[in-house]
Design a binder for this molecule. Structure first.
Ligand code: UGA
Length: 440
């Protein structure tokens, strides 16, 4: 099938290369001419496991074309996926201007029956507006122009895998032919047994926010438990393991730590709350989830102070700057927020991340950048693990102890091996579990 993809960010580019991978002819469009050039040369603009190779192979096979010309998309595409950003406004609502511009910019070029797909995360009700502006732009096409909702559920760091083997494909549509067209798009995955869930548009739109808010709620529940475990002497990891054995609960997304970040959960939670209020329903649970998330960050700052005492002039080796491992994304990253707070307390923060250094320095130029992990640790008064990259589990803690000015490890993700750390003579302060304090 001929497919158009608007926007080549974390959702758009993954959508484009994976559709090419399953056999479609894809034209991806971006208004950023520099990015278009870079993509045409086969350079992925961000880090995502498997993306670089899949971009190269889809360009080489001719199944993927990159353009900045809307006419090229409109001339061929039977289905156009809108994958542009929906960033938060100051009020928390999603800013949908890029979605509107994308649809309006393409509308003059649609040649015949076209399905316009909301792939970006948008609030329930967005399709009403989209339909109106499309009808206004192309009254001649009548019902041959259809809007459907097809939210993505991919996680950064696992985006290719999540696109090719999703838990479900969700499509909200009002027309039979639009639904049938979407089924054809996903046929190669449906044939492999992936569940295709069809519903109405508003249900599909709302389900996306409902999923992300629920996952964020699980994380905040775990973080609230961590506060209680720290006060009572219980172990939050053991509690989560025990809870997880109950199939009704499940173990995933119960890892306490620094809290959630990234370009999805924080903005989606705020947008979901704003949407609820717009419909006249207060949803205070969502606000509480966000509050507990902020509290997790402050609890980590207090933990560092407790471990190191005065922060003025102290060197903190901050390991991990991205919002989660296996990505270079530092947008709404808890480690960056943590670095800012530590700096406000007078600490000198030396950051290291396997993939996110460039983005981190753009967000926080005051950060001192280490060239490698041991460079960050050398002379530091606290090793603070903020993102659970595998690399940090390979550390030689005997060497770490020799390099540090003060032997303290704060594990804000409960990802390190406490026994190894303690055996090397370092004090260990995890999150929501008992600390191991060495007599100095
Ligand atoms: C999330 C959802 O998981 C995807 O299903 C969804 O498609 C995506 O948002 C989106 O809306 O585009 P993502 O933001 O890539 O995906 O990352 P997650 O793996 O969900 O992690 C989000 C944050 O929660 C990270 O900061 C992570 O460190 C944190 N987290 C996750 C925890 O603190 N504890 C956990 O147990 C799990």
């Amino acid at each position: 099938m001929n497919i158009g993809v608007v926007g080549t960010g974390h959702v758009g580019l993954i959508t484009a290369v994976t559709f090419a991978e399953i056999g479609h002819d894809v034209v991806a469009i971006d208004s950023d001419k520099e990015k278009v050039q870079q993509l045409r040369q086969g350079q992925a603009p961000f880090y995502e496991p498997g993306l670089q190779a899949m971009l190269e192979s889809s360009l080489a096979s001719g199944r993927l074309t990159i353009t900045d010309d809307p006419a090229e998309v409109g001339a061929k595409a039977e289905v156009v996926f809108i994958c542009v950003g929906t960033p938060p406004k100051a009020t928390g609502e999603a800013n949908l201007i890029a979605v509107e511009h994308a649809a309006a910019g393409l509308a003059p070029h649609f040649h015949e029956r076209t399905v316009i797909v909301e792939k970006s995360t948008v609030p329930a009700g967005t399709s009403r507006h989209l339909k109106r502006i499309l009808k206004h732009a192309r009254p001649d096409l009548g019902d041959d122009l259809q809007v459907v909702s097809n939210p993505e559920f991919l996680r950064e760091g696992h985006a290719i895998e999540d696109s090719l083997k999703p838990d479900r494909i969700l499509v909200g549509a009002d027309s039979d032919w639009a639904l049938a067209t979407m089924r054809r798009v996903y046929e190669p995955l449906i044939d492999k047994g992936v569940d295709f869930v069809a519903t109405n548009i508003v249900t599909a739109e709302l389900s996306k926010h409902a999923c992300n808010a629920f996952l964020a709620m699980k994380i905040s529940y775990a973080n609230a438990l961590a506060r209680l475990c720290e006060r009572s002497g219980a172990d939050v990891v053991a509690v989560a393991d025990i809870m997880g054995k109950d199939q009704r609960i499940g173990r995933s997304f119960l890892n306490a730590g620094l809290g959630y970040g990234g370009f999805c959960f924080p903005k989606d939670l705020a947008a979901f709350e704003a949407l609820s209020l717009e419909f006249g329903y207060e949803f205070p649970l969502l606000r509480e989830v966000a509050r507990i998330n902020d509290e997790a960050l402050d609890a980590t700052v207090r933990k560092v102070i407790d471990a190191v005492w005065n922060l003025d002039g102290k060197r903190i080796a901050l390991l991990g700057l991205t919002f989660k491992p296996d990505t270079d994304d530092t947008r709404f990253s808890p480690p960056i927020a943590l670095a800012k707070k530590l700096m406000e307390h007078g600490a000198k923060v030396i950051g290291y991340d396997p993939a996110g250094m460039t983005n981190a320095l753009e967000e926080l130029p005051e950060l001192e950048a280490a060239v490698d992990v041991y460079d960050a640790i050398e002379g530091s008064h606290c090793l603070l693990l903020a993102t659970e990259w595998d690399e940090f589990n390979q550390l030689d803690f005997v060497k770490v102890k020799e390099l540090m000015a003060y032997p303290v490890v704060v594990d804000a993700r409960n990802a390190l091996n406490s026994k190894e750390i303690a055996a090397a003579g370092l004090s260990y302060f995890p999150t929501g579990r008992p600390s191991i304090v060495q007599e100095q």
